[in-house]
Design a protein around this ligand. Sequence first.
Ligand code: RIB
Ligand code: CA
Length: 313
Amino acid sequence: MAARKIIIDTDPGQDDAVAILLALGSLEEVEVLGITAVAGNVPLPLTAKNARIVCELAGRPDVPVYAGCDAPLMRKLVTAEHVHGKTGLDGPAMPDPVTELQPEHAVDFIIETLRQEAAGTVTLCPLGPLTNIATAFQRAPDIIEKVQEIVLMGGAYFEVGNITPAAEFNIYVDPEAADIVLKSGARIVMMPLDVTHRALTTAPRVEAFRALGTEPGRMVAEWTDFFERFDKEKYGSQGAPLHDPCVIAYLIRPDLFEGRFINVEVETQSPLTLGMTVADYWRVTDRPANALFMQQIDAEAFFALLAERIARL
Ligand code: RIB
Ligand code: CA
């Protein structure tokens, strides 16, 4: 079966970085057409730099990286240095990238790629705030029906929020963008905190990365050593949720996940619950289903897949 063509839209972020490595280590299943950076965990100049650092770490300086939107559609940017560190990839020392950013804006790249590739053959994989995707849909509504699927990390329901009591970070940063994407009519698969919080970086799983004895393996272990301190302290858990790689793992092994096709909408008005994803999990309304909202993951198989694919880099 031909590899699935994807665009990774991302705000690296250590977990974004692991997701990119997983994609680049899975050439039979995934063809990365390009990586589009968005402001999120850290400001855009850093997410655009970090995306190139990760591609070079994977030995793939050929993967084109585009800088996208540097702020949400209508709000001031909220970042997460408290989780990811000042650089966004704190943990190990990382060399500056040598590859240049592509001159084209990320939103133009998304629009042109969807217009040029055969309809239904490109999957969008947003791992950060949905600003780039929503801007592309607003500027070129014709591309929406050309999208094969949007597989995104974002939202929360039973797990509630991580940046506020009600909201998950990616959605909270740009709720208007999330609203546009959720109402777009595109096929959507959501990896909310409900499922990512079941993919914890326990010590044996982190040691499996370190034991690979490769630079990518060492980096993944040291990124995890850094960014898991926040979640372990907050949740008292045996490790941190490895959020973004769930998106790429779904493309490779959808059988590792379980969820429900339901209606999911986002709060864009209330200061108290801004960015909350209201998932009609028990179908108590007649609101039309618009997203496959994941709840379960085979965590052991997920981490085994991660280690096996990152070992290939
Ligand atoms: O809430 C988790 C999400 O926010 C992840 O994508 C993480 O990288 C941050 O962007
Ligand atoms: Ca992210």
